[in-house]
Design a protein. Structure first.
Length: 244
């Protein structure tokens, strides 16, 4: 096809206009992809109350605190999931992304309750990796802090130090205005392992005498996030709860 001088001038102008636009759009797309959290293939959501059930467990994004920032949850399964969370450097818990399994059996009728975990967590921010365990009436809350980072602390006062369920714990007893809170803080820092949860429950019943033969309700596991400014990734690489 033969082009006139005018045709060639117009073609040249189009190229000079289009090329920078394409370059700019490419750069913007790359920046957006770099800033956004990566979802797993199976499920993901940025809704603060998002939930997803899989294999007898339910995942919750659970962005419940005042002044909370954005948080996105993703999952391949109940045992492989995580969040990208961008919480401001202010006090107070902003979210508790977690995986939950319901038990529904009195603790004296249980022979075992164990759980295994493996997580990848940031080195900065303020959070703890924690089990949040409830009786069926939500009158008693038992927290097991496996590791903690930043200026955070449990509800209540220090009572004692005990070896239970495979860990050495500093034990705190408190009240949050709605229910009893018994917090067990690992004296070390663990990102993987197995916990004998029934040992903790039986100590609360038979040694501390803080609970009776309550029915074990929800066993939750995740992160209480106070701050993660700029966006940080929290990931569960494997997880399970077993009881009989």
């Amino acid at each position: 096809m033969r082009h006139t001088r005018l045709d060639l001038t117009i073609i040249g102008l189009k190229r000079r206009i289009i090329a920078p636009v394409v370059t700019l759009l490419t750069a913007c797309l790359a920046l957006a992809l770099a800033a956004a959290p990566a979802y797993a293939a199976t499920w993901g959501s940025s809704d603060r109350w998002a939930s997803w059930s899989n294999g007898g467990y339910t995942l919750y994004n659970d962005v419940w605190g005042n002044g909370a920032g954005p948080q996105s949850i993703w999952a391949n399964s109940y045992s492989n999931w995580g969040v990208w969370s961008d919480q401001p450097n202010t006090g107070g818990i902003k979210s508790y992304p977690n995986v939950t399994r319901w038990v529904g059996t009195p603790i004296n009728s249980l022979n075992s309750v164990t759980s295994g975990y493996n997580v990848s967590v940031p080195s900065a921010g303020a959070y703890e990796t924690a089990y949040d365990i409830w009786d069926s009436s939500n009158s008693n809350e038992i927290m097991l802090w496996l590791n903690q980072t930043g200026p955070i602390g449990p509800i209540g006062s220090y009572v004692t130090t005990v070896w239970l369920g495979g860990y050495n714990w500093n034990v705190y007893k408190g009240w949050n205005g709605a229910n009893n809170v018994y917090s067990f803080l690992n004296t070390g820092r663990s990102t993987s392992g197995t916990v004998n949860i029934l040992d903790v429950l039986r100590w609360l019943e038979n040694s501390a005498h803080w609970i009776g033969n309550v029915t074990l309700g929800n066993v939750q596991f995740g992160w209480e996030i106070t701050s993660s400014s700029g966006g940080m990734n929290f990931q569960t690489n494997s997880y399970w709860v077993s009881y009989n």
